[in-house]
Design a binder for this molecule. Structure first.
Ligand code: NI
Ligand code: MN
Length: 227
């Protein structure tokens, strides 16, 4: 059985009985984190950008488990200098794995670490996990080439920020889901901190009125089965 589990903020674990792909593991210091970072044993870690609420515990988890961090060149170099394993790539790269592939796509945002290191261009990921295509948008505003992503890859499940302020708000995320022509949309990046408060039920209602997507609201710790 393939599942995607929401761990809080923008952190998800996509897994079956063999593979465990962890995305944006911000757990330590996250008031809504569903797990502690030392409970996780991923086989692959994806990081969208260097901000602390995304790179989070990635280096510690990679050092402990040996799971490589996949991301853009500068971000992976930063992590490897701290002892992590890395897979360096960039936008346009389609990296093959036993489960399928990971494609790196653009995001409109910035990327640096808390200690001031530039970590390259922020990105999103399209993940083909045994035939189910998941798009993790990272931190981004809405942009027209989300439509191009849908044309190239078919998006089964989109993980979309809805908290506003730093990223898309609810209305932008609904329009993003329309551009992506996705079958399911799971909201993320809301209610962790005061500036990004948003009601995921309002997102689900607007989404299902205006697009063909099902809105799937997961509390931290909850999961969805991937068809
Ligand atoms: Ni950010
Ligand atoms: Mn963020």
């Amino acid at each position: 059985m393939k599942t995607i589990r929401f761990l809080g903020h923008s952190c998800f674990m996509i897994s079956n009985d063999k593979e465990r792909i962890l995305i944006d593991p911000f757990l330590t210091g996250n008031p809504l984190a569903a797990v502690k970072s030392d409970e996780l044993k991923p086989t692959l870690i994806l990081v969208t950008h260097g901000h602390g609420d995304h790179i989070g515990d990635a280096v510690e988890i990679s050092v402990r488990t040996g799971a490589p961090i996949l991301g853009v060149f500068e971000l992976v170099n930063y992590c490897m200098a701290k002892g992590a394993k890395g897979i360096s790539a960039h936008m346009g790269g389609k990296i093959p794995f036993e489960f399928g592939w990971v494609k790196i796509v653009p995001a409109f945002h910035s990327s640096s670490t808390g200690d001031g290191v530039y970590t390259g261009h922020p990105v999103g990921f399209v993940i083909n996990f045994y035939g189910h295509h998941i798009y993790h948008a990272g931190d981004t505003c809405i942009f027209g080439d989300m439509e191009l992503i849908s044309r190239l890859y078919r998006v089964d499940t989109a993980l979309l920020p809805i908290g506003g302020n730093y990223v898309m708000d609810i209305d932008d995320a609904v329009e993003a889901a329309r551009l992506l022509n996705c079958s399911n949309a799971i909201p993320m990046h809301y209610n962790t901190f005061p500036p990004i408060e948003a009601d995921p039920v309002v997102f689900r209602e607007k989404l299902e009125n205006k697009t063909r997507a099902n809105g799937v609201v997961l509390k931290p710790g909850e999961e969805m089965v991937l068809e």
